[in-house]
Write a protein that binds this ligand. Sequence first.
Ligand SMILES: *[C@@H]1O[C@H](CO)[C@@H](O)[C@H](O)[C@H]1NC(C)=O
Ligand SMILES: *[C@@H]1O[C@H](CO)[C@@H](O)[C@H](O)[C@H]1NC(C)=O
Length: 390
Amino acid sequence: MMFRSVALSAFLAGVAASQSCGTLPATISYSGNAIKLPDPFTFLNGTKVTTEAQWRCRREEISALIQRYELGPMPAAPDVKASFSSNKLTITVTANGKSLTMSPTIKLPSSGTAPFPALIALGGASIPVPANVALITYNNEEIAATDPRGKGKFFDLYGSSSTTGGLVAWAWGASRIMDALEQLGSATTKIDAKRVAVTGCSRNGKGAMVAGAFDERIRLTIPQEGGSGAMGCWRIVGEMKKNGTKTEDAAQIVNGDQWFATEFSKYVNALDKLPHDHHMLAAMIAPRPFLVIENSGIDYLGPISSYGCATAARMVYGALGAPDGVMGFSQNAHGSSHCQLPSAQNGDVAAYFNKFLLGQESVDTKIWKPDSKLSLDIKRYVDWTAPKLV
Ligand SMILES: *[C@@H]1O[C@H](CO)[C@@H](O)[C@H](O)[C@H]1NC(C)=O
Ligand SMILES: *[C@@H]1O[C@H](CO)[C@@H](O)[C@H](O)[C@H]1NC(C)=O
């Protein structure tokens, strides 16, 4: 099946190259709502998005807003030199006259034929990796430490006073792995850079989602139990907290863990001033394949927030012409065994790998499995409609 979003991804990349989208004003005074999620289809200046070309620009605007308000700036693509020998990838990145070296480990499949698809796993994989998919284990904490702020190789290059938070630094590192795979080519690495997925669990699930959002070369994004900071929306989790659930809302997450830009602290108690939420981070991934794995047995992850936010994100997939099954949501109440994928979810993960990395077109990826005990009133959070973009 040649679904429309494959063509659309290529189309959007073409639009990006040929169109100038304008930049954010220096000062923004956004005034929205503390519960209702901002409309992904309305530009900051009030213009409605009705065409795919406009969506391309709105996506750039969303990226700029998320960088300014929450995650911090993503640096321009740096110079990268890569080498590969005896299954070892060495990546030297140079910027500002300084260099760093990354050496992610690669485990090539023992079966199948090269070039292989690959999975980049932040901190290691805690989902089953199919036997014919290569595993690239990426030590993201070495790029940016969770604590203290400004520690790690990213900050050695860009300065310890860089306002970029850890999640963008981790995504930046994943993009350097993509640079290396593209530069060396599959004849050298045995990996097909056009069939790469990214994953991670918990904090690394947040990082994986940001990596998928910021790098359109990544084909498939699978955040696992990322909760708030990944598929959870700040507004919905904020309401959960107000309602008395012990969950990780924005005000709590900025204490201690240096995953966000310092700027975000200004908004964690003023969510109505935030011009985006995480349905719009997911919208940056659209219409590329995306599977959200969540654990509704842990209140701290904000189960109804992830479900509601994913429901809003799915509307963006629909507007971009992606059929059901390009974005999936799998939520299981397996409780405190955080990051230990229960067997009930194995099939969902396998389906996404099989269809989108291994070319098994007939596999059914229509996976929409929120915890059946959760009841979501999506109108409480969404007061916009998704257009059919032309
Ligand atoms: C609003 O911004 C978009 C994107 O920069 C632009 O295409 C559009 O023309 C702007 N609308 C107005 C009314 O300025
Ligand atoms: C919070 O409580 C209100 C009032 O009972 C309810 O309508 C709403 O759905 C709750 N929100 C969440 C996220 O639990």
